[in-house]
Design a binder for this molecule. Sequence first.
Ligand code: NAD
Length: 491
Amino acid sequence: MASLNIDSPRIQNIIDGKCLDPVQAASIKYIPVTSPHTGKVIAQCPVSSPEDVNLAVEAAKKAFVAWSARTVKDRVQCLIRFHNLLHAHIDELAELIILEHGKNKAEAIASIAKGAETVEYAISLPQLIQGRFLEVSRGVTCQDTRVPLGVVASIVPFNFPIMVPMWTLPIAIATGNTLILKPSEKVPLTMNRVAILLKEAGIPDGVVNIINGTADAVNAIVDHPDVKAVTFVGTSHVANLVSERCHRLGKRVLALGGAKNHLIAAPDCNIETTSTDVVNSFTGCAASVLLIIGSHEELLDRIVAKASSLQPGSQSGEIGPVIDQQSLDKIISYIEASIKVGAKILVDGRSWTQNRTEGFWIGPTVILHNNKEDKALHDEIFGPVLSIYQCSSKEEAIEIENNNPYGNAACIYTTTGATAEWFTSRFSAGMCGVNIGVPVPREPFSFGGINRSKFGNFVDITGDGGMEFFTWRRKVTTRWGQENLDPKLRM
Ligand code: NAD
């Protein structure tokens, strides 16, 4: 771990609209936040304690009273202003994402724009959330309306410093809840800035509270009796822990985990568009396995050529660093293990690591496996690594995809509808694509996988799933017949 530079700025929690040091600031440990480009310390992230979580929950509970009493039309006015501020500050926010995460400029901007789309969905909630009303028998009506849960929590990973928080925050608060958000300790700067924009947009103090920290803060949030529901996005291991903890407490939980997204190239795929899409997908850490039906040497050559031509950097089209030394070591260990078992390294990203004196750099790496049991084909590596395996048939390809323990996304590249249909109806993945390497639904569709990519007892995240997750339905059955009137008032 990088040593702590005490001159680097200390991040604060944001509780009840105020920037606060943790309660035990004098005695707590701060975690160094490092620039992935240089490895240098750029900030210090506090490790909040249960006392800090208590303060945040108290603030959120107090704010809930007035916030939930406002109409949804009124609440989304703040989100309209917030949406405008996100766009007005898009360059500044992108710089923060580049600084602390390492995305290139185009990816950083695209991730903010995608986050802004979920804000747009939340802004449209007055059109969507009105509930139902019906006369179910003569004189008897049933009505259901959506009611906010109270204080809810969102725990997010490092890989999308704004986009993933926006999967939950706008819908959670537009539906009338107040929120505790815990950013990743690896990238706390961006959401710290966003919290100031939320305040500028007129979102009242206490409606969104930011708690920084690690597992202890997460556990304190989950365990707090006034936190009514928890969303989580991160590795499958932790998603499972959080989900189980919530289940033991009888709490509503939606926990998205890791992924091993499979791409399948049919013999009739368009070589040019498929190779571009595959390279974009794996270098952005979306897909990590490509199953080629047949040998398809031409497709392999195009992928190798395109991946080899990429350059390190933070400008659009360049490939940024990975988040930290631990991630770099893990990626390299999988490349070395693949070599040991006889896989061929078609593009070796370790040259970037060797050529750089600082930061956490590894270039696109393409591994051709000759054994489908190789670990790199199965484990989530979470780096710019593509594992390729050539299958003898479409049946073998679907069997490999179906047997992977994750179930986030999968895609078939083909130029025929019948092949597309054959695969999309057999994929074991929550999000299926045809000729699109990151098959991620956009609003109003919800997002989410199956198997070890999603835990919990509830719906998908964003869109309609978000509205469902963050509300309960109040059902009112009414009989207003004459017989219920005071006899003097009967007509
Ligand atoms: P992570 O699981 O290490 O951390 C996620 C959050 O959990 C962080 O806020 C962290 O502080 C907290 N945390 C870490 N350990 C914990 C513990 N033991 N108990 C409670 N909380 C804990 O994930 P990460 O490395 O930040 O993010 C990368 C992972 O997220 C990858 O596996 C990636 O696939 C996954 N991810 C999934 C999706 C999806 O849509 N399914 C989207 C983005 C990222």
